[in-house]
Ligand binder design. Structure first.
Ligand code: CAA
Length: 263
């Protein structure tokens, strides 16, 4: 990856795992335009790199994952600029959802507004027990623009989503877990270890099957059920063409661990 010039994003590579750390701790990792663009560049490089099989996204420092879009930029927003800003962020978060590899949000503190939306675009969310999550845009007289009104309601249901979106309340990690907004809650000391363990486990799976499962769920949910089932059947057929399918079934029958190669 040639990402040496990034200022607000740390990109680390450890074998098949890439870790992206939003790095503006002085403003609780608020997402300004530059940070969104850097995230987009890093994600594109990761998407095109077959060696990366799972990604972790987290925030620098101990206090915050991401405390939202940068309110300094929002305060000066024009109508046309606001729409563009939202579309730009949405495109980058769409890239996360359609990366073709699992992305784990390691939520190390505040995940508010755009921060909650970033976590929502990820495949799995693991939060520290002290994390606070929410969509406080309403308290600024605005609304979510990075997919929050759509992904939150799809993930936790219309009623719970509308309550969070309209009250702007911050909720605890435990409440987020109860709502299905986060998958797991861990202590701060265990956060990155748990995220890495899960990333390694997911990276060991057959990459083409992983990609198709992500596609079947993420794209399938946007289709009427009959089309989605047809889509699933097509992907099921396609995966039968892979070496990994032969290796997986053969390894089971030979009572050994499968070695998947992504072919
Ligand atoms: N944008 C810009 N700066 C931010 C920020 C944000 N979203 N969140 C925090 N900061 C800055 C603060 O202004 C402060 O800067 P200074 O030190 O220069 O004063 C610094 O980060 C530390 O923040 P606080 O002093 O406020 O820390 P705290 O511990 O008292 O409070 C907090 C923490 C509850 C997260 C509070 O900072 C907060 O409410 N932040 C804003 C959260 C928010 O409203 N997010 C939604 C943004 S809108 C959005 O995201 C729209 C969208 O969907 C696209």
């Amino acid at each position: 990856m040639t990402l040496d010039t990034l200022e607000n994003l740390l990109v680390e590579r450890d074998g098949a795992i890439a870790t992206l750390t939003i790095n503006r701790p002085k403003v609780l990792n608020a997402l300004n335009t530059q940070t969104i663009d850097e995230l987009g560049r890093a994600l594109l490089a990761i998407k095109n790199d077959d060696g990366v099989r799972a990604v972790i996204v987290t925030g620098a420092g101990e206090k915050s994952f991401v405390a939202g879009a940068d309110i300094n930029e929002l305060a000066a927003q024009t109508p046309i600029g606001g729409r563009e800003l939202a579309r730009r962020g949405q495109r980058v978060f769409d890239l996360i959802e359609h990366l073709g590899k699992p992305v784990i949000a390691a939520i190390n503190g505040y995940a508010l507004g755009g921060g909650c939306e970033l976590a929502l675009a990820c495949t799995v969310r693991i939060a520290v027990d002290t994390a606070r999550l929410g969509q406080p845009e309403i308290n600024l007289g605005i609304m979510p623009g990075y997919g929050g009104s759509q992904r939150l309601s799809r993930l936790i249901g219309r009623g719970a989503a509308l309550e969070l979106l309209l009250t702007g309340d911050q909720i605890s990690a435990a409440d987020a877990y109860r709502l299905g907004l986060v998958n797991r809650v861990v202590t701060a000391a265990n956060l990155m270890g748990e995220a890495r363990k899960l990333a390694l486990m997911l990276a060991s799976k057959a990459p083409i099957a992983v990609r198709y499962i992500l596609d079947a769920v993420n794209r399938g949910l946007e289709m009427p059920l009959p089309e989605a089932l047809d889509f699933e059947a097509t992907l099921f057929g396609l995966v039968a063409a892979t070496d990994d399918m032969r290796e997986g079934t053969k390894a089971f029958l030979e009572k050994r661990k499968a070695e998947f190669r992504g072919k």
